[in-house]
Unconditional design. Sequence first.
Length: 321
Amino acid sequence: MPVTPPPLDPELAAAVDLDALRITLTPEVIAELRAAAAPAPTLDELRRDGTFTIEQHLARPVSGTADVPLLVCRPAGATGRLPVLYYLHGGGMVMGHARQHLDYVLEWAEELGAAVVSVEYRLAPEHPYPAALDDGLAGITWIATNGQEAGIDPQRVLVVGFSGGGAVAAGLTLRLRDARDLRPVGQMLVCPMLDDRNDTCSAVQFAATGGWNRATNEAAWSHVLGARRGTADVPAYAAPARAGDLSGLPPTYLEAGSAETFRDEVVGYASRIWETGGDAELHVFAGGFHGFDFLVSGADLSRDARDGRLKWLRRTLATRS
């Protein structure tokens, strides 16, 4: 199997030293990273001088004893029931929070006239699978039950997941398909974490690089799945690349960089959707590393990626207006 990785985009390479971004995901390091993360934006900051109304709600849990916190965001002055972007944040399912990068998702909402519901799902290692998936299901069930009162349309829910949130989003969409209920109108999976086996060509190519590499990925999956990681006992709802059947999924946007660990599992997921006659749009950005547009948002490649996401969202929501 080839081990020489493809090159980084020159503009990204000049802006970020990936070798300095090496993470050893022990529980102790996870706690340190959580504590050192940038402060979450306040609700007033997210409201952006009255551009959005933001309410906090609690969804009834599917598992566990605590209700699941939700942030429900609507463009101020919008009328009627709005389509909703159901947002699952990144962080490898071990870090992050419901307000992480929410300001970016709200930019989409403002452009599209959509609401956003962001879910505070539980994290590993304290809460391994299926905690995050169950919390995602709790939130989308809350939308189905309470959405009309909140001014959002339960029939126009588009699931959005970044990185580890992409695993939760894809697993949730599979679970909803199998239950034949609460079918989303689409799913957007941005550099999603789909395969615990960690054995693709791109995983091998990026075993020794900085950033989110093969070792980091293996550690994150181990925190989520425990001793089951890499065995035949992992369900598809946990690691969606394990699914034997990808038919019946809603329109799907998939994205990765050519210079990241997740590249080939993302490409493979898109190919398997197409094999069933499904609707998938795949973007692989040459020279992009994992999360490149958040670390170097002004780069040409980052602007291209962000433009493409918004265009797909606009087209997909327009078909269900």
